[in-house]
Ligand binder design. Structure first.
Ligand SMILES: Cc1ncc(COP(=O)(O)O)c(C=O)c1O
Length: 402
């Protein structure tokens, strides 16, 4: 056999997605007939609501099967602007300030290619969503991790932001509510961060993909609402995946200054052209309502949040703050590190997640994957019965540790 030809050097620093790896391992065990409960997924367990599916079927039958404008149809971009104006008080966008992509992940990747040069520093508060640092690296720039603490509710403080900014800082990547912690910033907290950022020429990219999944009366705010004077530096990332249970349809977008959307349009025009024409029609139906099915899903998540947080806090050695949004519990498991299972010592959260998979047959993602050792992320995008059974198994497995 001839010598293999190496892949590109740019991949040497890039890690594969840890969340995808855990989900894959859980699937393998399931395929072997082992009854594994997967709490590792980042997608709603609900079906896409019927009126959205119907809109897609109608779109196919009426011939919406061809290329569209690369950045998405005007109709969808108008629907996005209307929906955004309802959610983000006092801020309106024009369809020319929107690019629709193949999911918000693709939107973020377009932004990385459009905005970051080698040597640029991109600030990422940890715990972070796994793709943020890797996309920065793929663009040749440097991720700079800003650690947050559980005591601060996993929210970056204005002081930490001020300290992290250097002349090389090009952007700040904020996620609220956050994957993996579920933590969300209040309007006041966002205002304080904006005050620090205002003194520097940097992009503020806010990922609001979980923005409509907030609970307990939490008032979701966008930084663009509280700091509209920074509008020419704020980029909002959003999509239909989580809110409308539409992960497989692959529709996400940015709201950004027109010259940024033009740059991303140029990239997308050479990379993928438009996102699926049929999915674009489905997204219009999602954004225009009715909103009842979405509210039902939100309420279901809210009820599950109580079950999982109470259940985790009842297990000796685990504690978990109450997240404001998203569908993840980010549990502190530091008290379990160093314990033994048979002849094996659990050295870290990765060992613990391995133990929970083998012993409790529950798949959770180690916090290390999100830049936060000592924690595990447990998705509650699962039925109440599955959550209760998972808690029972985890409690039993933890009880066996000595
Ligand atoms: C924080 C965050 N941003 C963006 C995405 C990407 O969503 P999508 O590409 O499905 O729109 C996800 C998905 O897991 C996420 O958790």
């Amino acid at each position: 056999m001839s010598e293999s030809i190496p892949v590109a050097e740019r991949l040497s620093a890039v890690k594969p997605s840890a969340t995808v790896a855990v989900a894959q391992r859980a699937r393998e065990l399931k395929a072997q007939g082992i009854d594994v409960l997967s709490f590792s997924v980042g997608e709603p367990d609900f079906d896409t609501p019927e009126h959205i599916r119907e809109a897609a079927k109608k779109a196919i039958d009426s011939g919406a099967t061809r290329y569209t404008t690369a950045r998405g149809t005007v109709e969808l971009r108008e629907a996005i602007c209307e929906a955004s104006a309802k959610r983000r008080a006092g801020v309106s966008y024009d369809p020319s300030e929107v690019v629709v992509s193949v999911g918000a992940k693709h939107t973020l990747f377009n932004l990385a290619l459009a905005l970051y040069d080698p040597g640029d520093q991109i600030l990422i508060p940890a715990p972070y969503w796994v793709s943020y640092p890797e996309q920065v690296r793929l663009a040749g720039a440097d991720p700079v991790i800003v650690h947050t603490s559980e005591e601060d509710g996993f929210r970056m403080t204005p002081g930490a932001l001020r300290e992290a900014i250097t002349p090389k800082t090009k952007a700040l990547l904020l996620c609220s509510p956050s994957n993996p912690t579920g933590a969300a910033y209040s309007g006041e907290q966002l205002r304080e961060l904006a005050d620090v950022a205002a003194d520097h020429a940097l992009w503020i990219i806010v990922d609001e993909i979980y923005g409509q999944l907030v609970y307990g009366g939490f008032k979701q705010k966008s930084i663009i609402e509280v700091a509209p004077e920074l509008r020419d530096r704020i980029i909002v990332v959003d999509g239909v995946s989580k809110t409308f249970a539409m992960t497989g349809w692959r529709i996400g977008w940015m709201l950004a200054p027109e010259y940024v959307t033009k740059a991303c349009d140029k990239i997308q025009g050479q990379a993928t052209t438009n996102p699926s024409s049929v999915a674009q029609h489905a997204a219009i139906a999602a954004l225009r309502g009715p909103w009842g099915p979405m509210e039902e899903m939100r309420q279901a998540f809210e009820a599950r949040r109580s079950i999982i947080i109470d259940g985790l806090n009842a297990i000796d050695g685990i504690h978990c703050r109450i997240p404001e949004g998203a569908f993840y519990a980010f549990a502190n498991v530091k008290a379990l590190i160093g314990k033994t299972a048979g002849d094996k010592t659990l050295e870290n959260d990765i060992d613990l997640a391995g133990y929970l998979l083998e012993e409790a047959r529950c798949a959770v993602v180690p916090g290390t994957a999100f830049g936060a050792p000592g924690y595990v992320r447990i998705s509650y995008a699962a039925s109440n019965d599955m959550i209760r059974e998972g808690l029972r198994r985890i409690g039993e497995a933890v009880g066996k540790l000595s």
